[in-house]
Every structure is written in structure tokens, then in C-alpha cells.
Design a protein around this ligand. Structure first.
Ligand SMILES: C[S@@+](CC[C@H](N)C(=O)[O-])C[C@H]1O[C@@H](n2cnc3c(N)ncnc32)[C@H](O)[C@@H]1O
Length: 192
């Protein structure tokens, strides 16, 4: 907003009419505000609008306690941010215990391969969203978030956002994206 360049004092306008800010926003401003909202949400770690529900065929899952609009931040896929090298080493350890589920999320950001390992039980809920290939209502997005101790340093985070408008009470799901034939054979639910 170019308050300084305006010949009219801003307080004179706001006293008479509420400024319809949304109609004045440029696309890049809206984009920046959405990005800032996501950064704030990641830093606050707020997850109060979600609840854990036990499903007969999937184990725990996460259900929306309020509605979400398309594109809105839902939750972070929080865990340990590690290199692919470290991830492979941890995976071979996890493979020894068949009771350990799949909580490794591999991705590439700014030309570096990373993995979020959310295998360890924690109070964070992103790790509990189940998979849906056919009808996911969420999707994951990569965001770079400044660290709290050094605002000049950014780290990649995976956030889960609403793919479409979501009603209160819906189970939240996203597509894990694993199309590997042998993985689908071992985990037939990857087709669902
Ligand atoms: C990231 S965890 C999701 C949370 C998990 N349900 C739990 O109770 O901890 C992934 C695991 O959930 C289960 N899962 C995820 N999506 C599923 C689906 N559509 N059908 C059946 N099981 C599913 C599988 O056991 C998978 O290894």
C-alpha cells in the first residue's frame, strides 16, 4: 500500500469507510501473504483443529475438527530432516522390525536430496495422515522456513494443504505417491 504517496491522509479514509483490502491486493501480495501464513503456522506448530481417529483397516488417521478451504494449510509433516544417505541407513534398521510402518518422506529441494523421517512416535499429527491415491483431499507442499534462532537460515519443511474444500469430520488423506511395483505388491493399500 502506498500510504506515503497518497495525497489523502490514510486515517481520513479509514475513519469513514472500511478499506476493502482484498479487492486491492495484487496476485503477488496474496501469494506472499499465503506463504507468510504457512511460515507462521509451521513455526507455531498449532494442530488444534485436528483429531486422531482409529480406523478398522488403516490404524490411526487424522480427521478435521473444522472445515478447511482449498489451498489452506492443514498440518506439517514433521519429523527429523535427514540426508538420503542417513535415511537409507535408518531404513535398513527399520526393515528388521516388521511392526514399523512407513513414515519416511523423500524429496528434493534446491538440488539436494532430503528425507523427513517421522518414524519415531511423537505428538505431531502430520505423520498420522493416511494415503489415498484415488480421492485424496490434501496434498504436500515444500516450503522454506527461517529457523527461529537464525532468521537468515532457512530449512525445507513439508506441509500438508487442502487440495479442495474439506468439511468438518472428513478424514484427511494425501497421495503418498509411491508407484513402485514391488511396494504396491507388499502394500496393496497404495492402490486405494
Ligand atoms: C504415515 S503412517 C499413517 C498413520 C498410521 N495409520 C498409524 O496408525 O500410525 C503410514 C501407515 O499407515 C497405514 N496406511 C496408510 N494409508 C493407508 C490406507 N489407505 N489403507 C490402509 N493402511 C494405510 C500403513 O500401515 C502405512 O504403513
Amino acid at each position: 500500500r502506498s500510504v506515503k504517496a497518497s495525497p489523502v491522509k490514510s486515517h481520513a479514509i479509514t475513519e469513514c469507510y472500511p478499506i476493502r483490502r482484498s479487492s486491492r491486493k495484487t496476485k503477488s501480495l496474496i501469494k506472499k501473504e499465503l506463504a507468510d501464513e504457512i511460515i507462521n503456522a509451521v513455526q507455531s506448530k498449532y494442530e488444534g483443529d485436528l483429531e486422531i481417529v482409529e480406523f478398522k483397516d488403516k490404524g490411526r488417521g487424522v480427521v478435521a475438527k473444522r472445515s478447511f478451504t482449498r489451498g489452506e494449510y492443514v498440518v506439517e509433516y514433521a519429523g527429523d530432516l535427514i540426508s538420503w544417505h542417513e535415511a537409507k541407513s535408518r531404513e535398513s534398521e527399520y526393515a528388521l522390525d516388521t511392526s514399523v510402518g512407513c513414515y519416511m518422506y523423500y524429496f528434493n529441494a534446491r538440488n539436494t536430496n532430503y528425507c523427513i523421517d517421522a518414524t519415531a512416535e511423537s505428538d505431531r499429527l502430520g505423520r498420522l495422515l493416511n494415503h489415498s491415491r484415488r480421492t485424496p483431499n490434501c496434498l504436500t507442499r515444500l516450503v522454506w522456513v527461517p529457523t527461529l534462532d537464525n532468521p537468515n537460515k532457512e530449512l525445507p519443511h513439508l506441509v500438508i494443504v487442502a487440495k479442495r474444500d474439506i468439511d468438518q469430520g472428513e478424514e484427511l488423506t494425501y497421495d503418498y505417491g509411491d508407484r513402485d511395483k514391488s511396494a504396491v505388491e507388499v502394500h496393496p493399500w497404495l492402490k486405494s
